[in-house]
Design a protein around this ligand. Structure first.
Ligand code: CMC
Length: 431
């Protein structure tokens, strides 16, 4: 727990309050207003939480001005280059990089939990045949609460651990099966001899009629996409998971809530929306038209994959993703990809435009991820499920950190009420 080292003075009406302040390891100081209502009979008002720290955490740090993203202190660029997804999962979940033995043990535990209870197949079959894979994921992950009763007691650290491993291990199977169901192909079961990313690719692309060899280049690219999306401190879906968990709800229900929140186009749904936008633009000569639309306040259109609440200089994940897009397309022998061409020219045109510079809008992680996923053979409807799969470790780690805190309180924001004051009910014949 951080120590209060100084105070902030808040004066209003005839009151003056001294509020404790805390200094984080990195980032701006925070003013603790938790006693403000009790002491001053006022609330703070911050819709969208642009200036509010909602919790104390040791997992991820972002410096939006400098384009820094650290997981447990390690820069995302180093993790993307030198580590791999399951090692990053261990780091996020337990706080330190694993020894070789710890990593082997963790990988074995994850690998042994990749199967789904066979009855869960019935849940998949209940969906309309062309259901969006995100719709299936929200439902099936929530339904895990109905199967894994031995890991829903959040007060038992062992059950919390089992639930965490189950979620990390089963999410690729759920995402791949959501895809298979969506396209009408038979489910492919996980294989224990494959690594996490290869297993996912095989479950997505193998068919019973022929063997499927996982291309190590694609597997590495997939693993990097997982790593780049692993955690992002208190974003909308993570905050949703934390808020849902604060009531004591079981972990599967809470992660399903996170998946639902991620689906929106302002958040995880942006990768699908971005590729659809790039395709709609189609050719470089149409870029000015779309830039003009994005700047027009009377047009709801926004440049998808552009802008971020926290990053105001560059998104370090986007830098790695852009390099990956070049590498993957090159390695796959995809030459003159028109979508990549449009993306690069659009990025250049937007960065040279004063509107985007003034508002500090830069490409985010989702600007280039869709191009890689498309080149790998995924349809756009799978982009957000892949984000959900990758972010599961972040949600689980933040959930675990929160539940272990003995001072956990239910989340309960207040409001600035602008409705009617009390009035008397009027009988229907007199209205
Ligand atoms: N295109 C055009 N204008 C934009 C865009 C954009 N992509 N993003 C923000 N703006 C403008 C916005 O109109 C506003 O202008 P004004 O001040 O004149 O009203 C200003 O920039 C600030 O925007 P905001 O919506 O108040 O900023 P925010 O921090 O609330 O929103 C955002 C952040 C990511 C939701 C937003 O930039 C956006 O909608 N981007 C497109 C969707 C997207 O790519 N989302 C993925 C985010 S990264 C992955 C993830 O974390 O899930």
């Amino acid at each position: 727990m951080a120590e209060s080292t100084k105070t902030a003075t808040l004066s209003f009406d005839d009151k003056t309050l001294e509020l404790p302040m805390f200094s984080p390891t990195e980032g701006p100081d925070v003013i603790d207003i938790s006693k403000l209502y009790a002491q001053g009979d006022v609330f703070t008002h911050d819709p969208g939480f642009t200036s509010t720290s909602s919790c104390e955490s040791t997992i991820t740090f972002i410096d939006g001005a400098e384009g820094v993203l650290l997981h447990r202190g390690y820069p995302i660029g180093q993790l993307a280059e030198k580590s791999h997804f399951l090692e990053v999962c261990y780091l996020l979940l337990y706080g330190e990089l694993p020894s070789a033995a710890q990593l082997e043990d963790f990988e074995t535990r994850v690998t042994r939990h990749t199967m789904l209870h066979e009855q869960m197949v019935n849940f998949f079959r209940g969906f309309r045949r062309d259901a969006h894979p995100m719709a299936i994921m929200v439902g099936v992950v929530g339904a895990m609460s109905a199967f894994y009763h031995d890991s829903t007691d959040i007060n038992d650290p062992w059950q919390r651990e089992v639930a965490s491993i189950r979620l990390i291990a089963k999410m690729p199977t759920i995402a791949a099966w959501a895809y298979k169901y969506h396209i009408g192909q038979p489910f492919v079961y996980p294989r224990n001899d494959l690594d996490y990313a290869s297993n996912f690719l095989r479950m997505c692309f193998a068919v019973p009629a022929e063997d499927y060899e996982v291309d190590p280049i694609l597997s590495r690219a997939m693993d990097r996409i997982f790593t780049l999306h692993a955690d992002h401190e208190q974003n909308a879906s993570t905050s949703t998971v934390r808020l849902a968990s604060s009531s004591g709800a079981n972990p599967f229900a809470c992660i399903a809530a996170g998946i639902a929140c991620l689906w929106g186009p302002s958040h995880g749904g942006a990768n699908q929306a971005c590729l659809e936008m790039l395709r709609e633009i189609g050719t470089v000569d149409r870029i000015p038209e779309f830039i003009a639309r994005a700047k027009d306040k009377n047009d709801p259109f926004r440049l998808m994959g552009f802008g971020h609440r926290v990053y105001k200089n560059f998104d370090p994940r986007a830098t790695v993703m852009k390099q990956s897009a070049d590498e993957v397309l090159d390695l796959l022998g995809v030459e003159d990809n028109p979508t990549l061409q449009v993306a690069k020219e659009l990025e250049k045109a937007a960065l040279a435009d004063p509107y985007f510079a003034e508002k500090k809008l830069f490409p985010n992680v989702d600007f280039y991820s869709g191009i890689i996923l498309e080149a790998m053979g995924f349809p756009t409807s799978m982009f957000t499920p892949i984000f959900a799969l990758s972010r599961t470790i972040g949600w689980v780690s933040q959930w675990k950190e929160m539940i272990a805190d003995p001072k956990l309180k239910i989340g309960r924001p207040r409001q600035l009420y602008t409705g009617e004051s009390q009035r008397d009910y009027v009988d229907v014949e007199n209205r």
